[in-house]
Design a protein around this ligand. Structure first.
Ligand code: AKB
Length: 320
């Protein structure tokens, strides 16, 4: 492992689904005073940490924050996700790409020592083999989000090869957690379903019942992210982005798993524009390279994840 606990870390997009959970874990390792939260909006969740209001498109403001706090590592999590970016494609492209360039350029100029940038299963497309999708395969994404992720992967690799930028990345599946809300993706149903099951006992799903997608429980995703960032540089052999496998299921299967704990729960299906996006993505992921290079092993299967989600959400509701 390569950890410098003195490093100052900046999380851009700290108020998002991944940002909030990453902040909590990085606080445990580096201490809250070393982890600077940045977002376009403030939030009570940042009360322990130094906070900066930041629009990642403002390169000068970003540079000033990096200088002010002596930042060494950046986790760049500000982005428009698949469903939201389809509604505003040019802004999605601009935010997702320019934000990345602003951070990579600071690393190229040696202001940063390490960068984390998330890619996604959205970087694949309808011509990709959908089952057990390998690391290296056909990639022809059809969403603007997916195109930005595919292009971003190539740029990360380019900055590594050309300028020696230590950039690391994971192709996240759909992420499921109880601590934060998802932010405009196609996989969001797999979080909404838990809240609706407990609050209303019914859920209308925006994907069809047999639409299988790769998913992952948030504790696994956060652990993988930190593990990759702490891996010795020579183990990080892929500088585009790593496939990461977790759990693969469709809405019907997760609904049945929830029913084991909430027997009265029922689900209906009303697919919308997100169905087409989901059908262009893999159903399951082969993550051999992540396992071999830096020792990735997932902990949660469907049953364990559903049980843990319901336990925590029920606990929260009984406190309210
Ligand atoms: C989305 O659905 O857009 C995201 C993703 C898979 O990257 N959750």
């Amino acid at each position: 492992m390569s950890i410098n606990k003195e490093d100052k870390i900046l999380i851009i997009g700290a108020g998002g689904q991944i940002g909030l959970e990453l902040l909590e874990e990085l606080n445990k390792i580096y201490g809250p005073s070393n982890v600077i939260a940045a977002d376009i909006r403030s939030s009570n969740a940042f009360s322990q940490n130094p906070f900066e209001t930041l629009d990642v498109l403002n390169a000068e403001a970003l540079f000033n924050i990096v200088k002010k706090h002596g930042i060494k590592q950046v986790y760049l999590l500000a982005a428009l996700l698949s469903a939201t970016a389809e509604k505003n494609p040019l802004f999605g492209w601009q935010l997702n790409m320019q934000g990345l360039f602003n951070v990579l350029d600071l690393a190229k100029e040696k202001h940063l020592t390490k960068v984390y940038w998330p890619s996604s299963i959205a970087a694949f497309g309808p011509t990709t083999p959908r089952v057990n999708t390998p690391q290296y395969t056909v990639m022809e994404p059809t969403t603007v989000y997916g195109i930005s992720k595919q292009a971003g992967e190539r740029w990360c690799e380019y900055y590594f090869n050309k300028y020696g930028v230590d950039v690391r990345s994971i192709r996240y599946p759909g992420l499921i957690g109880y601590k934060s809300a998802p932010g405009g993706g196609t996989t969001d149903y797999a979080v909404h379903i838990f809240h609706e099951a407990l609050e209303k006992g019914v859920y209308e799903c925006f994907l069809g019942e047999n639409t299988a997608l790769p998913m992952m429980y948030m504790p696994d995703a956060i652990r993988a992210t930190i593990q990759l960032m702490h891996a010795p540089a020579e183990q990080v052999k892929i500088r585009g982005s790593y496939n990461l496998g977790g759990i693969s299921f469709d809405p019907k299967t997760i609904a049945n798993e929830i029913k084991k704990h909430v027997p009265s729960f029922s689900i209906t299906y009303k697919p919308d524009f997100r169905q087409q996006i989901a059908e262009s993505w893999p159903q399951s992921i082969n993550d051999t390279e992540a396992r071999q290079h830096w020792g990735w092993v997932p902990e949660y299967d469907l049953g364990k994840m559903v049980q843990d989600m319901l336990f925590h959400l029920q606990k929260e509701k009984s406190v309210k």
